[in-house]
Design a protein around this ligand. Structure first.
Ligand code: M6R
Length: 600
């Protein structure tokens, strides 16, 4: 997501910061900024847009200490004021931050009462003012005291004009590495930013504070030096050969980010600040329509099952390109929910505008902050999945599912959902990131499966209820990047036609966790096996019986039925990825496709 670079040494800092930020561009960003400390004239430069748009006119400030940042907005719109570095009232503390400060609102209100003046809408700025509050003479001491008050995640690099010969660095659940060279030190959120300067690094651990000075550095405890072996191209993808794999590996983190600070366990409820302005109106709704394209459409379909079962609201899901040309029957008690990673998909935006013309309440579930969809909907929830670079959408899907689960609790608790049910879903949701990590450990097994099935040309994906949309998404992913023929169908539809195609050359991936439709799925698998079709099952851990009827099994941990899609999709994303790699395809940029479809 956001990127951090810092430098302290004997060379001019600015060119080093600039080249570091450029190496972080692959992560995606909407604005950037630099702070370079120069005795005569400290230099602060922040802009909205891409570095390349301004590079011709960059100043070249003096100074051997500096920090820089690329921002991917999560709290507050995309603007110069919200870009980092941020600073305090006295313009003494300058800071860059990755992560989310969950309790920033309450800290901000308190600091405003104490007389602090805020210039941005970000959560980050509260850290500057807290450090200002505690600053006497020693920067690291003030940072230490300030961080005691914040809740959430952070990787920060801080400079003070009044304690100038140092950069103070700290982290909690947001990566920070220190680059160690003779007579110079670097800090970065990602090895790609510093790898051309040094390969000697120290990975800062949670709750550690490091102080970098021109003549040395110290951390609260002794740490060994490590050597980075990655090639530059690998480093830019976080060490992975493709963005798609990097993004699949980020899926647990995406769940974590989506739910962070939003679950209120004791109330069995969720806090979705983006819906506050329309919460009373939402309470009056008696129908929802969910509209999206591609992968986002499949997320919306899972949402339909969740919302109908747990929020008791009639839902209709449609593909945006169809919805916009239908004559949908909606009235003032209908809310339209638009799901989109980019927030720029032309068909989804056109459907949104149709609904606005009819005066319907519009809600966005969007990843990209400040996107057209997020600006044009009446209210919305950001999925906080971070930039998704690969054309095939993977981690964004998980962010959409987690957000739809929270929306279900939000709307359900406004109507018929009991406290007990609310709590139960929340508790399971909170465990999901760990369970998703368990599924990722199966990657080597799934790669082996891909090797076994690489020569087949056709695949069925079948599932029922919550996992019917997962069958559709698994098939879409496979066809999109492997160029093989793959179709997703509801298990119950098999005998209405598709079964005619089954033979020993037509494998089926059956998503059959131990849930309310498990027995029905087993009947479908038996129908396929009777015709000699190979079957790979995605089943619940502990189900040994299934091994007797299928050819291969990938296990996923047990969770609530409504949340199984967040686990069952992970092996399918990995399967599609490994198949495409084995077939020698351009995984991140599949032929004929683009990341954002801005045309009809
Ligand atoms: O940005 P959006 O979520 O609105 O994009 C929707 C689809 O274009 C997108 O999901 C597409 O289907 C992906 N390539 C699927 O992997």
């Amino acid at each position: 997501m956001c990127g951090i670079v810092g430098y302290i040494g004997k060379k001019p800092a600015f060119p080093i910061l600039l080249s570091g930020l450029k190496r972080l561009e692959y992560r995606g960003y909407d604005s950037f900024g630099f702070f370079v400390l120069n005795k005569n004239k400290p230099f602060l430069f922040k802009k909205v847009g891409k570095i390349s748009e301004f590079e011709q006119n960059f100043p070249n400030p003096d100074g051997e200490i500096g920090i820089a940042h690329t921002r991917w907005g999560t709290t507050g719109k995309i603007s110069e004021a919200n870009a980092h570095p941020h600073y305090d009232c006295q313009q003494n503390i300058f800071l860059v931050h990755n992560g989310i400060i969950e309790n920033y609102q309450e800290i901000k209100e308190r600091l405003i009462k104490e007389g602090h003046k805020f210039l941005s809408e970000t959560d980050t700025e509260v850290i500057c003012h807290l450090i200002e509050k505690y600053f006497e003479r020693n920067l690291e001491e003030a940072v230490r005291k300030a961080l005691r008050e914040v809740r959430g995640t952070y990787g920060i690099a801080v400079i003070s004009k009044k304690d100038p010969q140092k950069i103070v660095v700290a982290r909690l659940s947001s990566p920070i590495i220190l680059g160690i060279n003779k007579d110079e030190f670097l800090v970065a959120s990602d090895p790609a930013a510093i790898i051309t300067h040094t390969r000697q690094v120290i990975n800062l651990d949670d709750n550690e504070i490091a102080v970098l000075k021109p003549d040395g550095f110290f951390i609260l405890k002794e740490k060994p030096l490590e050597t980075i072996e990655w090639k530059i191209e690998e480093a830019e993808k976080g060490g992975y050969p493709h963005f798609m794999l990097k993004e699949i590996i980020e899926e647990p983190e995406v769940i974590e980010n989506a739910i962070r600070g939003r679950l209120i366990i004791e109330e069995g409820s969720v806090k979705l600040g983006g819906l506050d302005s329309v919460s009373a109106q939402l309470r009056e709704m008696d129908k929802l329509v969910l509209v999206a394209c591609g992968t986002a459409h499949y997320a919306a379909m899972v949402g339909e099952y969740m919302l109908e079962e747990y929020a008791g609201l009639p839902c209709e899901v449609d593909i945006a390109s169809e919805f916009r040309y239908r004559k949908p029957v909606v009235d003032e008690k209908t809310a339209a929910i638009f799901v989109s990673q980019s927030g720029e998909t032309a068909d989804t935006l056109a459907a949104l505008r149709e609904m606005k013309k009819k005066g319907i309440l519009t809600i966005g579930i969007t990843n990209v902050v400040g996107s057209t969809q997020s600006r044009e909907t009446d209210a919305g929830v950001y999925t906080r999945s971070g930039p998704e670079i690969a054309v095939a959408s993977t981690k964004a899907f998980l962010g959409q599912l987690a957000t739809l689960a929270m929306l279900t609790i939000y709307l359900g608790r406004q109507s018929e959902m009991s406290l007990v049910t609310g709590k139960r879903i929340i508790e399971e949701l909170a465990k999901l990131q760990e369970l998703a990590r368990e599924v990722l450990k199966k990657a080597p097994e799934i790669e082996k499966l891909a090797k076994k099935y690489r020569n087949f040309k056709n695949f069925w994906f079948i599932g029922r209820k919550y996992n019917f949309p997962i069958a559709l998404e698994g098939a879409l992913k496979l066809k999109e990047i492997s160029y093989l023929h793959a179709e997703g169908i509801a298990g119950g539809e098999l005998k209405h036609g598709p079964l005619a195609l089954i033979d020993e050359n037509f494998p089926t991936i059956a998503i059959c966790p131990s849930d309310s439709v498990y027995e029905k799925m087993i009947s479908n698998i038996q129908e396929i096996k009777a015709r000699e079709g190979p079957v790979i099952a995605i089943a619940t851990q502990g189900n040994e019986e299934i091994k007797k009827i299928v050819d291969d099994v990938i296990y996923i941990p047990k969770t609530l039925e409504m949340l199984t899609p967040l686990l069952s999709i992970i092996p399918l994303h990995l399967f599609a990825y490994y198949m495409a790699v084995l077939l020698g395809n351009d995984v991140d940029k599949p032929r004929n496709l683009a990341k954002v479809i801005t045309v009809e």
